[in-house]
Structures are given as C-alpha cells and as structure tokens.
Write a protein of this length. Structure first.
Length: 212
C-alpha cells in the first residue's frame, strides 16, 4: 500500500503505542512513535482533565516533530476511590511503579469490598494537532468494575483487573479485537479513524478506507 503521509502517536508507552497502531492499521499512513523521530523526552502532564493532558502531549510532540500528531490521555476511575487514580493512573503507586505494582496497590485498597462497591470506568481523550492547531478531539468511556484478582495476560496496565460485564471477562482475558470494539480508546480511535479517512479522501488519497 502506498503511503499518503505520516502520523505521530504521542506516547512513550510501548503498550499504548502498540494498541494505537492497531487501531489505525490499514490506513495509507506511516505510523510513527516519538523514538522513531528521535524524541525521547515527555512533556509534564499538568492539565486538569484528560482532554487538557492529551492536548498538552499532542502540541508538544507536534512542535518537536512538525508532523500531524495524535495523543491519547486515559485513566481508570474507581468509584470507591472517589474517582481515583484518574488523571494519575500512570503514576499510581509513585515514580518507578510497574503495572504489577499499581495493580497490587489497587487490589489492596479494594480488599473486602463487595462487587457493588467496585464500579470503575476507563476514560480516553484523543486529540490531534497539526501546525499547533487542534484538528480533532474525542472523549469516550467504558464502564466496568474491578475484579477481585488478576485475570488474563492480554493488554497492559489495569486490563487484567478491569472486568467488563457484557463479556463476563476482564480486558486481560479478551483479544485485542474484542477489546477495541468496546474500550474507551477503541471507541475514541474509531472516531479518529473516520476523521483520518475523510482527511485522506479530501487530499485525493484513493486508498483511504474506513475498513480495518
């Protein structure tokens, strides 16, 4: 497939970049990560909500690269933790904490809580920036609850603890394709995909297709 341009995915998180790449696969675009263009630094995430943080990241990497840049800011909000860790999901447990550390901490904090007190949701804000202008914004959520133990090895982050009732499984137990159909990021990127398809068509790229 001939390429019709480049798009930079603004994340240093390998798991997130891999998932984001999958969600835009099949489009005639070269999908790049920051390290592909020599950017190893990350901006400070000082926003007050997911959209602000996604915008900060998209603008930072767009300025550094000169490319159309897409950033996602996402997090897990747990009812029993008054919406935490929320914006601080990637820093839950402190600097240097691993996914395993964060999941273990979450389980400890919810230990003994009945199912009706384990409600949670993932939120994803996706922002695209080009030449310092915001050209696309989407925010999506998915509702579930925190499982009582780790289940499954797929995905990354909190996926093995996020139980999705319609599937009767955690996100760690489902395939990437199943997750993409219902997840916060999957739904936000489906909207991004439609934007990119229309953009490519307007640019005269005949190979643009909404099919994945």
């Amino acid at each position: 497939m001939a390429q019709c341009g480049d798009i930079l995915l603004a994340s240093q998180n390998a798991g997130k970049v891999g998932e984001m790449r999958q969600l835009v696969t099949g489009l005639p675009l070269r999908i790049l990560a920051p390290r592909d263009v020599g950017i190893v630094e990350s901006p400070d995430e000082t926003g007050h909500n997911f959209v602000e943080n996604a915008t900060l990241k998209a603008r930072y990497y767009a300025q550094r690269s000169g490319l159309l840049t897409v950033a996602d800011d996402s997090g897990l909000s747990v009812d029993a933790l008054r919406g935490g860790p929320g914006l601080y999901s990637s820093r839950f447990g402190g600097e240097g904490a691993s996914d395993a550390d964060r999941n273990a901490l979450l389980l400890r904090l919810l230990q003994g809580r009945p199912l009706d007190q384990r409600g949670a949701r993932f939120t994803s804000a996706v922002v695209a920036v080009e030449n310092e202008e915001i050209v696309f914004t989407a925010i999506e959520t998915v509702e579930g609850r925190i499982a009582e133990e780790l289940r499954g090895t797929n995905g990354f982050g909190y996926d093995p603890l996020f139980f999705y009732p319609p599937y009767d499984r955690t996100f760690g137990e489902v395939s990437p394709q199943e997750k993409a159909q219902v997840s916060h990021r999957g739904k936000a990127f489906a909207r991004l995909r439609q934007y990119l398809v229309e953009r490519l068509r307007r640019a005269g790229c005949a190979e643009a297709s909404s099919a994945s």
